[in-house]
Design a protein around this ligand. Sequence first.
Ligand SMILES: [Zn+2]
Length: 342
Amino acid sequence: MKAAFFKEHGGSDKIIYGDYRDPAAGAGEVVVRVKACALNHVDMLLLDGRFPPPEGLPHVNGCEVTGTIETVGAGVSGLAPGQRVIVFPGFSCGTCEYCLRGERTVCVRYGYLGAHKDGGYAELVKAPAANILALPDAIDFPAGAAIPLAMLTSWHALIAQAGVRPGQRVLVQAAGSGVGSAAIQIARLAGARVMTTVGSDDKIEFAKSLGAERVVNYRTQDFVEETKKWTNKRGADIVIEHIGGDTFERSVYALTRLGTLVTIGSHDTHWGKIDLRHVYSKNLRILGTNLGSIQELRAVLDEVVAGRLKPVIDRAFPLKDARAAVQHVLDRKNKGKVLLVP
Ligand SMILES: [Zn+2]
């Protein structure tokens, strides 16, 4: 098959489009013919070596995949070639303490499609049958590929972790990202009011169209001050943070008393500091989260079918142009998700 893979770490120039080993479905697995695969920030960490692929190089990135079943392995029932599917990207063992508690995203043997295993920057990808969901007919392949990581992670962060409620004030960092564009919509769906940040003025209208009532350019405005103005000095109930560093620190200061910060990524840096006095004196909650459950993914798909959530696609590149697609994301030119289409 053709794939866009890399044999050494670096920038987008390290991505090679060419022949790659075909995946074979083992027992309990399926091979999916990829129709669309979305890019994610974690792809960039895998590529540049900040998060080297656990199984080594060469490696194929790509966590978010829709496609059709190509082949099914031994012991797989209920799935047949040609079926339209979406792949749940998290792998878990099902037997460790955390899996038995129902918390599969913190499985001690947790892994991601496209990180711990070869992913969807390819014509074919292999996944456990347990990770395969039917893609509703109302959702096309590109829209579906924008759902299983970004939208599910934001859903779990806001609904399950932060417990967002109607009328609450939510600050979402980076409206132009997949996670940000999803979080704005989900917070609005839950009846909350949203302020968001962008890095360039040309993203302001885009952020408003998603439902943000206030949009701040973090390069020219202080988002903590703007949050205080927006909330009449009170601060936000919830901040969705995925940048790290200075943004993480100041996001904590944007919270009101009893507020919740959910950290779901570290796109700029893995490090962040905070003045602990804010945390204990205001009774703040700082929660980590990653992905969500298959059941939550079903809920998100239902909302998309109902037209209440809309996957946000920036643009799709042909698979052979994966290098350009990755550079487009590295340059932060995207408004929503960037896709590869074989
Ligand atoms: Zn486990």
